[in-house]
Design a protein around this ligand. Sequence first.
Ligand SMILES: [Zn+2]
Length: 449
Amino acid sequence: MPIDLDNEDDKLTVKAAMPGIQPENFEKNSLTRNPIKGAKDIMPASQTLSIERGLRRYDTVTKEQLETLSKFSGSQNPVLSLYLGVQLSENRKDKLRTKLNQLIHEQGLALRGESKEKQRAVKAHIDKVMKWFETEYDETGRGVAIFSSNHNGLWQTFRLPLAVRDQLVISDRPYVRPLMMLTDESAHYLVLLLDKQTARLFIVYLDEIQEYDEFKDEFVPKPKSGPGDSVDKIQRHYEAIVLSHVKHAIQVVERYWQRESYDGIIVGGTENPLAQLHDHLPKAFRERLVGEIAVPVNAPLDQVLRAVATIDEANARRVEEERVNALFTAALGKGPAVIGLTNTLRALVEGHVMTLIVEEDFQQPGFECSNCHFMIDTHKIRCPLCGAILEAQVDIVDRAMGRALAQNAKVEIVRGPMRQKLAEKGHIGALSRYNRDLNQEKKNEFKTE
Ligand SMILES: [Zn+2]
């Protein structure tokens, strides 16, 4: 009987084992490339074991959401951005209220000189946030991010799987950098653990792990086995069953991969089926494989999570190193890249950045045109492109990152050993889509006033 991979039942579903198995079903289900003689007899019985899928305890932050927030402007209306760490503790709600009140108190002091109208608007948003914590927040996640503005009714909440530094920012646009920092390395992995009979599938995102599927392909005795069967024949029988199980697991992973977008697949479990897995991986699967963990199939969730974190860390550092090296090679060899804030901002204004590479925590004030989005890191009154008055920005690097996302560029925040090297060369750079010598080009085009 074919395994119903789409079965979403949370209940224990035990598939009917062998009886009445039809050859056509077998063909569909078994992926054995060269079925051994008598293959029809070795279809393993398959069970989908009970899985507690449950509700997600955090919200994933998508690139689209970050992009929308980065583009958002309050158009004269204040925009509230709140980040709050919500560590599990006793009296969690009371502690949250205390922290919030502290932030609000500080904000109140900061807003003293502002118009009554603005102060009223900010108070309304704070009330809304308070109400959300009281009535809607389900106490999940380790951090919370909230954005609120009257303009276009902006109201967005995220329960984050990692803690964040407490911050309440009132500005003319959402403050998205902490969210961007958090999601920069937020690889979303599918993890498959395998032994000869069982397969478990997990999803790991940041510090969260959830088990998504588990099934067992049972060994079934060879029906016509008799005293005449050689040890060799029985051995082949079991090997074929393991292979069928491995292929079943590959199918399930494929199915999950199609459903949601993941950044990679990690496998682990027992040596023998893993070797078979590697032998039978389709090419596309192989390309998605980011690592292997030495974890038994029955490992508790936290052990799986720790092993994945090690792979993830190594993977993130490797990507950082590759990107920073690519940046240096291209920039120094007059390739399609720029280094340094001034050149990088210009590349973003011209709109040909493919990957923006930023040292973690690098901040710099600057100016931005609210009309045409021209950006510059030196003082200038009017926009050289459209003539509008430029707006001062506390952190032009934050704006540059938002702009890169809006242009569909990747943003790489460098935190590992490459960080120092990048700092020495100018803290920020970009790999560009065009092959032009951007560092030398039109150096005086945007002379400061
Ligand atoms: Zn302009």
